[in-house]
Design a protein around this ligand. Structure first.
Ligand SMILES: [Fe+2]
Ligand SMILES: [Fe+2]
Length: 152
């Protein structure tokens, strides 16, 4: 299988993003779909997609905050702060896009595509591990398509 090639105009789901906690993986799939839709949108369609993304991000970050809070996750504050910084940018750019400046919206979509892999890998991954351990007593097992090497 060919690896998924993500470029700045193309942000596609790859199983490398799987973290093994199903509710989070489902949310992350939606995040990737919406950012990719923004990258592909024409000017007329962009503002509505940005609104949908903003709704998604609010729910996405709130779910993670609740998981952290309810489970006494040790590193809650910096994770919540990072979500807050993203949400602030999204709301600022929404106001700019509402004036007809779609270029700023596209720039945000590219920034979100750059931001997500690092955030997921670092902050969300440790939360996913924590949640799975708490729910099952073990670390998550992540099965990624194409991860198993075939013997020659
Ligand atoms: Fe997340
Ligand atoms: Fe997060």
């Amino acid at each position: 299988m060919l690896p998924v090639m993500n470029t700045i105009e193309n942000f596609l789901w790859t199983d490398d993003f799987l973290l093994g906690y199903q509710p989070m993986d489902d949310t992350h799939r939606e995040f990737v779909e919406l950012v990719n839709a923004m990258l592909a949108a024409d000017d007329a369609g962009f503002p509505a997609l940005l609104d949908r993304f903003s709704e998604h991000a609010l729910a996405h970050f709130e779910h993670e905050r609740i998981w952290m809070q309810e489970s006494n996750f040790p590193a809650t504050d910096c994770h919540v702060d990072e979500h807050g910084a993203v949400m602030k940018s999204v709301e600022q750019v929404r106001m700019i896009v509402a004036t007809g400046n779609i270029t700023e919206g596209r720039r945000l979509a590219r920034e979100l595509a750059k931001w997500f892999p690092g955030h997921a890998d670092y902050m969300d991954a440790s939360l996913a591990q924590w949640m799975v351990k708490r729910n099952t007593g073990g670390a998550p097992i992540v099965l990624r398509r194409g991860a198993a090497k075939q013997e020659a």
